[in-house]
Design a protein around this ligand. Structure first.
Ligand SMILES: [Zn+2]
Length: 553
């Protein structure tokens, strides 16, 4: 029988029935045989060589559009830029490649390193009169060019008001000098936030390029709003669909809408809370589909606004905040569940986790439902909550990489003892839960290997142990990042392991992840990424040096 291709390689399949394989036969994007390829005649044959190949990685919580937006910005973080002149030079270079009225966006500068803040006049010169927004590394202030003020409704920077909760730095004539602190940056941020469809496509292209280079073949985007965060952008699902159709966006996407876009349908739908025409979780295909509905229930850990039962260290009155009233949460979750939606509730503190579990328990009981719901982050969790999540078949979605990225800060705000039960992994697996892998990019970098390392070694960037009893084996971490993430969006029969009938998504690694020293897992790179039986990424040097990916007849 004639089929599309054979892929020869050193496969770790993730399938316990057949853990290793040497040849996958692929037809129309799916695996049609594993090793047992007698009688099959491939049109193409690829040789991936001896380096280990694992199922394609899947980031279960990856803000894809925001990742692309960040990649499109000029990165002014030290040491990319070390002086104020260097900052202007970076702006000048980027501006020269853009249309005359295009926004130039940059971020990450620190005046302590550069010797001062950029000024509107300096930006006007560097940017050739273009609108420019430069974000401070803290995200608490911005500097803008004169054209940016004009687009926001303040030509020549005139009549710019003082704004409550903000500070406008003014020159000797009383005009804004460029730097706007806290709320004062609002009008310019709003003007700069409008994203056209073309810009969205460019952001998705950049995010896709980074993802396939990281070996990511699937992404779950945890929260889009029609029109973007401010409700003013080109419709984002349209951009996603165009990006997939045109091949700009390569990884498979599962997209979560934020819950405020759901609404009650009146036409004979018994008041179901959903999208128009009853569109709900699972709608779409293996390239682009709708996932759960996203609900934010509390704040953040580093910002000490997560809803906790016991106060943060040194802040005796701070128990964080619930963003959604618990009573509303316990009404909403059953309503969404009844309309066919899985929910993904952002809950970081143990108090928010309790409310989330209550709401999910109610949905399952009232609707006699077995729908698979998720709790994003599931950060400060007790053993009792772990056991309850297991009973309710809830999928917690922790971010291993937060351990190296924010672990020292978390230890400081929670103390060692409470931090030990934070971003759990081992106890989740021991409770029988299938756990996914994720980074929350761009909050952390999307590099899955750094996250995999953190799941295994659990060390902060200063080298402190972070809940070492929650460490997992390398194979468990890899399983989470492949099968676990697929399971978290109900796709485990489609991908996550390399077996008969599944999508042909796999990634070749620069080092054997199961053999290298665990500290070095973070240095591993993807050297070839295959999605649906097509090469989406392949490092040229590897191809020529090892001549590993060769196409023959
Ligand atoms: Zn997130």
């Amino acid at each position: 029988m004639k089929i599309d291709s054979f892929w020869h390689g050193n496969f770790w399949t993730g399938n316990p029935q057949k853990p290793q394989a040497r040849t996958l036969a692929v037809h129309r994007g799916r695996i049609v045989a594993v090793d047992d390829v007698d009688g099959l005649r491939p049109s193409d044959e690829y040789d991936l060589g001896e380096d280990i190949v694992i199922p394609g990685l899947h980031d279960a919580h990856h803000h894809t559009t925001a990742v692309g937006e960040q990649l499109a910005m000029i990165d002014l973080r030290y040491p990319n830029v070390t002086t104020l002149d260097g900052l202007y030079q970076a702006i000048r270079e980027r501006a020269s490649k853009l249309p005359v009225d295009a926004w130039v966006k940059a971020g990450g500068y620190d005046q302590n390193r550069l010797g001062g803040h950029p000024t509107a006049e300096g930006l006007d010169q560097a940017g050739g009169g273009r609108p420019i927004l430069v974000e401070h590394v803290s995200h608490h202030m911005v500097a803008a060019s004169t054209r940016a003020f004009e687009i926001a409704g303040y030509p020549r920077r005139e009549n710019f008001p003082d704004i409550d909760g903000g500070r406008v730095i003014r020159d000797e004539h009383g005009l804004p000098a460029g730097l706007l602190q806290e709320n004062a940056g609002g009008p310019i941020r709003l003007a700069a936030a409008k994203v056209s469809k073309e810009e969205s496509l460019e952001h998705l292209r950049l995010a896709s390029e980074q993802s396939v280079a990281y070996g990511l073949t699937s992404l779950t985007e945890p929260g889009i709003v029609i029109g973007g965060a401010l409700g003013i952008n080109a419709p984002i699902l349209d951009a996603y669909q165009t990006a997939v159709e045109s091949g700009v966006l390569k990884p498979r996407m599962t997209i979560m809408p934020f819950h405020h876009v759901l609404h009650e349908l009146d036409l004979n739908s018994e008041g179901l809370q959903t999208l128009d025409m009853g569109v709900r979780t699972g709608f779409g295909d293996d390239r682009l589909r709708l996932g759960p509905v996203k609900i934010i229930s509390d704040g953040s850990l580093i910002g000490r606004s997560a809803a906790v039962h016991d106060c943060f260290c040194a802040e005796p009155d701070n128990r964080g905040v619930m963003v959604v009233d618990p009573a509303d949460l316990s009404a909403l979750v059953p309503a969404y569940d009844r309309a066919g939606w899985s929910v993904a509730i952002h809950a970081i503190g143990d108090r928010a986790i309790d409310h989330s579990l209550d709401a999910i328990e109610r949905a399952r009981r009232d609707n006699a439902s077995t729908r698979r719901h998720r709790i994003e982050h599931f950060a400060i969790a007790t053993q009792e909550q772990v056991d309850r999540a297991a009973r309710l078949e809830v999928v917690p979605v922790p971010q291993g990489v937060f351990i190296s990225e924010f672990g020292d800060g978390i230890l400081e705000s929670l103390g060692n003892q409470r931090a030990a039960g934070t971003y759990r992994m081992r106890s989740l697996l021991d409770a029988g839960i299938t756990v996914p892998g994720s980074t929350d990019a761009p909050v952390s970098d999307a590099n899955p290997f750094v996250c995999l390392r953190d799941l295994v070694i659990r060390k902060t960037s200063s080298g402190s142990d972070f809940g070492p009893q929650e460490r997992v084996a390398v194979s468990e971490a890899v399983s989470a990042y492949t099968h676990g993430s697929a399971y978290a969006v109900g796709q485990e029969s489609e991908c996550g392991t390399l077996e008969l009938g599944k999508l042909a998504d796999f990634v070749r690694l620069s080092d054997d992840i199961f053999q290298v020293e665990s500290e070095r897992i973070g240095d591993i790179e993807a050297t070839a990424t295959v999605i649906g039986g097509s090469l989406a990424f392949n490092t040229d040097d590897v191809t020529t040096r090892r001549s590993t990916v060769t196409k023959g007849q």
